[in-house]
Ligand binder design. Sequence first.
Ligand code: NIG
Ligand code: FE
Length: 412
Amino acid sequence: MSNHTTIWENARIATMQTGTGPYGLIDDGFIVVAGEQIQDIGSANPVHPIAGDVDSRRIDCGGRLITPGLIDCHTHLVYGGNRASEFELRLTGTSYADIAAAGGGIQSTVQATRNEAEDVLFDAARERLQRMISQGITTVEIKSGYGLDTDTESKMLRIAQRLERDLPLCVHKTFLGAHALPPEYAGQPDNYIDHVCQHMLPAIASESLVDSVDAFCETIAFSNEQTRRVFTAASDLGLPVRLHADQLSDSGGASLAAEFAALSADHLEYTNAAGAKTLGAAGTVAVLLPGAFYYLGETTRPPVKAFREYGVDIAVATDMNPGSSPMESILLALNMACILFALTPEEALRGVTVAAARALGVLQDRGTLEPTKRADFAIWNAAEPAELCYPIGAPQPACVVKSGQVLTGHLS
Ligand code: NIG
Ligand code: FE
């Protein structure tokens, strides 16, 4: 690590540390960054010059607000094609589930993703990710699930890995082989799940392309029993799990995720109070995806009150994907989480920082601003944290810092 030290001073800092008042706010604050890490954080100016450091510089933040780098903990941002024609169908009365049953939906993106060259997919995903970084994202989760064969699933996750190397941000790679039934296995879902568990997952995990394993447990996808087999295979490989749960019906997905101490259970519109209680007891994070709720015209809301009652940590993410949530903006997701799901702005902001970090298992390194954590933060032309949630799509941050380096923007 370089001994280069930067002092970001004259800032209002939403550290998002718990137990330190709303948003963990520090007024007239400073952050001392050494190399990639936060060395010190506090109020008023640190002793200066910093002892023994010949190479320190100070940056005046002009009283702006600093938040942790935002974390989008649920995306499907590597994919081919688009689903505009299905959008038209939906608006003339065909439902998302009907389109899926007729071989469209996820299947149509699978065909497009299989047929597209790796470099073309990479370039498209890179452009999406750059727009997301400009909104303050410094960590993103990316799922496979539009391949449904070993080659294409591993192609998608290789792209996620290349994105992390090419763009200076953290990428969490999730294997979602059990997203839909591929056409080769039509009518044989159990055989496909066997293939996922015995061949695809071990092969892809052996290439170090998997940080966690997801599945779509739903009437139009896989049953509890099939999901359980995928989770058992993941656990046998020492991989944590997460679940697309109770999105379109109450399938008992939340309880199943809790049973496996999943990192997260996501969507949860149809989760009942008993399911919420199991999430709380297991410490599984509830990831709310207001973009998909909005885009599918859902009316049943996730049980936010029960989550609060049972101490379930609530994260918020874009679910960026071409079918149910073609939305890149984490800032719009913040606003939607407040308006559609009645989260408070503080809960919503926790949802894209500290709770999102927990959902990815990286809270020890990211998600709050405190000494020894990675120096990932966004600097906003704002004074109050609620300004990030209150407009319909907040203004972009003035500057995004990742591992101590300015990723985008400048302060002037
Ligand atoms: O999170 N629910 C399943 N998977 C995605 C949708 C994927 C798609 O429609 O392409 C979701 O909503
Ligand atoms: Fe999703």
